[in-house]
Design a protein around this ligand. Structure first.
Ligand code: GLN
Length: 231
């Protein structure tokens, strides 16, 4: 997957699910994959002397893609969990997130996770949001391939709520200029995003960790953070 030496840069094939703004999404005009994770992985690649190639795939196909060696790394707002650690190697955390709830603006009955009992909830398949929603008593959980589809279902009135990552929920509400949706609830628990590499590939994980430290020291990480999240 990567060439050593010569003038050709080594290639780092990175899988992402580009329906997760502001971390990864497709720019409508340029058609490029943009976002916080995309800027970060490109900066990490540059630091390590790799050319980064992005592959867009479904979120639940990312870990299988890594296991099958189709990609070298995952940069996709992926939460570091014990279950995933059985299958992949994570870098150090690079972003702090957590789950919140999105409901329609006029909904005043759902204010926290307890209020979701017995409700219809849309989630993205294979995510921590899906796992948590399934633990809610009597909830009917409907799984979608990506976050935008879950939000559309809420808009269409097919569900009462979406459970998804807080920064993505906030971005969705702000960007859609959406007067029809709001985020409620304290983040359910702290979640940390990491870049995943194959279980065997401890060397790449180490290189990524080192490069991440360097980008934090030289101000590059801060620049990318401010670009997407402000101060
Ligand atoms: N952070 C969540 C998870 O890891 C959602 C990630 C995503 O949908 N891209 O499950």
């Amino acid at each position: 997957c990567s060439k050593e030496g010569g003038s050709t840069a080594k290639v780092l094939k990175v899988g992402t699910d580009a329906g997760f703004a502001p971390f990864e999404f497709q720019d409508e005009k340029s058609k490029e994959y943009v976002g916080f994770d995309m800027d970060l992985i490109k900066a990490l690649g540059k630091q390590m002397g790799y050319e980064v190639q992005i592959q867009n795939m479904n979120f639940d196909g990312l870990i299988p893609g890594l296991e099958a060696n189709n990609i070298d790394a995952i940069a996709s707002g992926m939460t570091i969990t014990e279950a995933r650690k059985q299958k992949v190697n994570f870098t150090k955390p690079y972003y702090q997130a957590g789950l919140t709830i999105v409901v329609k603006s006029e909904n005043n009955s759902i204010k926290n996770f307890k209020d979701l009992e017995g409700k219809k909830i849309a989630v993205q398949i294979g995510t921590t949001g899906a796992a948590e929603a399934k633990k809610i008593k009597d909830a009917q959980v409907r799984e979608f391939n990506n976050a935008p589809e879950a939000f559309m279902e809420l808009k269409a009135g097919g569900v009462d709520a979406v459970v998804n990552d807080k920064p993505v929920n906030e971005y969705y509400i702000a960007q859609s200029g959406s007067k029809d949706a709001k985020a409620v609830g304290e983040p359910l628990q702290a979640e940390e995003y990491g870049i995943a590499v194959a279980k065997k590939n401890t060397e790449l994980a180490g290189k990524l960790d080192k490069a991440l430290d360097e980008l934090k020291k030289n101000g590059e990480y801060e620049k990318i953070y401010v670009k997407w999240f402000g101060k």
